[in-house]
Design a protein around this ligand. Structure first.
Ligand code: GP9
Ligand code: MN
Length: 617
């Protein structure tokens, strides 16, 4: 009798922990992840899909000795809650789930920062309330530590596995292909449950590390055949127009295209850029293509004309690969390559990756005079950043490729009062309101930078490429953004929000608006075209010059959505690009296989480290 009572106590903690975590996970699915189902079966799967894994993972506690068992169960419960909460914070901004590489790059992105603090909500500690309850229960004296028979352990294991297998089978019946769409993480979480999704993600990543070992020279043949059909460069009429000039590339942190020409409180958000555009090539249909690697993804795409990886940053995951990047291609023509950025050199693993990509010098935080007064948010403010960069730039051997990464316009968009040139917008979201004011600050920094370069005589013999690295206002803030822009942001419009400015300024050349639909992947061939540079080796790259007349107008995003000159495909739906209305799916289907092929080939190049086979030494 006493024995039975003791056993009951041990299971009580376990069962309670399972129940609490399972229900809590479902509540988070609904209230934070906003997961909806199309059919009753899908909803039932969603409700039960974490139960089995929770029962299984907490059941690991039974492998420990009876003394520590309740503590281990509570510890596992806490760790899983912590993982869930990590996803909550990540989801609040990115509308996406954590992948294994994201966890590994944590140390490369400065760990916890003000950006994270902004994402924490007041009721969040409630998520940990059940951990406290369980802790209190196991501290109580009447909890008995008793042995648990082998049979009982087997029963826990069998029940857990059954609870995993049944919803999983239902998922496969409902949507057999979901497991192959590793880039559609919402689909995976819906089908597998959040904890199984993480296990699956670990599996996928270990498989990805094997790709390099298994790849050989023949893997490039199929990709070469595909790429040879894409070459449209010969039709450009600006080819070589800026031959031998310095290249100054400026990454505009979090700058989306809708700020161009926009006014807040009757004041222009980007007065300098608005003027510059009149004397530049301007591409109003240019999109960012970044994924979880943010700024580093933009840098990677532009320097390599390859897609980023679906999970994590290539800068962090593949710094030891062989690449044939823009700095190297230009160095073959006598250029010197440097990058300037007022943040720590370890951030996004730049110090290591820049060497791999062929940069000669990285001017990072330690090269600048960074004080409390001249910093905000992530670091050195853009105005002193550019000011302090100019003397370094003057010293560089010419011609040079100099990349500048601005920083001030970074989530959560903080600014000192003296740097606010325009009032904030007025919506219910502080993030959206502040955004326009920080963009305006960066615009001022650019104005001063150009003036400085003119004074130092560096302007005339340089060309300038300014691009937005990725969105600043995520989907989570669509409603407030829609209020400022006076529109309702449906999925098709959300894709339109992924447009970022692209301004190519060649002193002495007239301004021209070029409407072609393109993305960051096309920037390298565009730049090389202007500079009249042909790479000496096989580049295994996917972009086409935006100046080419007969180029195919199309942008592919990392999650498999895409935009053509006529259509937008996103969230499994085809839209007319002009009207943003849904159209028949068959308008978009002709592109499906090419989109998947291109993303797949790019992944192959990166994960298989295929550039080591292309002849460049
Ligand atoms: C930090 C800068 C900003 O160095 O690249 O990072 P982000 O979060 O935009 O990738
Ligand atoms: Mn960025």
């Amino acid at each position: 009798m006493t024995d039975k009572k003791k056993r009951y106590s041990a299971f009580t903690i376990y069962l309670l922990a399972v129940l609490l975590l399972w229900i809590k996970t479902y509540v988070v699915y609904k209230w934070v992840f906003d997961l909806h189902s199309k059919t009753i079966i899908q909803e039932i799967v969603l409700f039960f899909n974490s139960l089995g894994s929770v029962a299984f993972l907490l059941g690991v506690g039974f492998l420990f000795t009876k003394k520590v068992r309740p503590k281990v169960i509570v510890l596992i419960h806490f760790l899983l809650t912590f993982l869930l909460y990590g996803n909550v914070l990540y989801y609040r901004f990115y509308i996406d789930f954590i992948t294994l590489p994201v966890l590994f790059q944590f140390k490369n992105v400065g760990g916890l920062s003000q950006s994270t603090v902004e994402l924490i909500n007041l009721p969040d500690p409630l998520l940990f309330l059940d951990v406290v309850l369980l802790l209190w229960l196991i501290k109580r004296k009447n909890i008995q530590h008793s042995a648990i028979s082998f049979r009982s352990k087997m029963a826990v294991l069998a029940t857990s596995l059954m609870l995993i297998v049944v919803p999983l089978t239902a998922s496969f019946i409902e949507n057999p292909g979901f497991i192959t769409k590793s880039y559609d993480r919402e689909l995976l979480v819906k089908g597998l449950g959040t904890y199984n999704y993480h296990l699956y993600d670990i599996l996928l990543n270990s498989k990805a590390s094997m790709n390099r070992v298994l790849a050989d020279g023949t893997d490039t043949e199929e990709i070469d055949a595909y790429l040879s059909k894409k070459d449209t460069e010969t039709s450009s009429d600006v080819k070589g127009a800026a031959k031998g000039k310095n290249l100054i590339l400026i990454s505009l942190e979090s700058t989306q295209q809708f700020v161009i020409g926009k006014e807040i409180g009757g004041k222009e958000v980007t007065p300098f850029l608005n003027d510059l555009i009149k004397e530049s090539f301007y591409f109003p249909n240019f999109y960012h293509q970044t994924a979880q690697g943010k700024t580093s993804d933009a840098e990677f795409i532009i320097d390599n004309s390859l897609y980023p990886l679906s999970g994590g940053s290539v800068f962090v995951r593949r710094p030891d690969n062989e690449f044939y990047a823009l700095p190297e291609i230009l160095k073959e023509k006598g250029y010197y390559a440097a990058s300037f950025h007022g943040n720590d050199r370890e951030f996004w693993n730049r110090e290591v990756m820049y060497k791999t990509l062929g940069y000669d010098r990285y001017f990072s935080k330690r090269d600048f005079n960074v004080t409390e007064q001249n910093s905000v948010n992530y670091g050195l403010k853009d105005i002193p950043f550019f000011q302090q960069s100019v003397p370094y730039l003057e010293e560089l051997p010419q011609p040079f490729y100099a990349k500048f990464l601005t920083l001030t316009n970074h989530f959560p968009f903080l600014l000192n009062d003296e740097d606010k040139y325009i009032p904030e917008a007025e919506t219910e979201e502080g993030v959206v309101n502040r955004y326009f004011t920080t963009v305006r600050y960066t615009d001022e920094a650019l104005k001063q930078f150009f003036a400085d370069l003119k004074e130092k005589g560096l302007y005339e013999n340089s060309i300038f490429v300014l691009y937005g690295d990725h969105y600043g206002i995520s989907k989570s803030y669509s409603e407030a953004l829609g209020n400022v822009l006076n529109e309702e942001i449906n999925p098709s419009r959300h894709v339109a929000m992924q447009k970022v400015p692209l301004i190519i300024h060649v002193p002495g050349m007239e301004g021209k608006k070029i409407d072609t639909v393109g993305g960051q992947i096309d920037l390298r061939p565009t730049i090389l075209s202007l500079l009249g540079v042909d790479p000496e080796y096989n580049t295994l790259s996917f972009g086409t010059s935006l100046f080419a007349k007969d180029r195919e107008e199309r942008v592919i995003f990392r999650d498999g959505s895409f935009v053509t000159d006529k259509y937008v495909y996103t969230e499994n739906t085809c839209y007319d690009k002009k009207t943003d209305e849904k159209v028949k799916r068959n308008k978009c289907t002709p592109y499906f296989s090419e989109v998947q092929k291109e993303l797949g080939y790019s992944d192959k190049v990166i994960l298989g480290d295929l550039l080591r086979f292309t002849g460049k030494k």
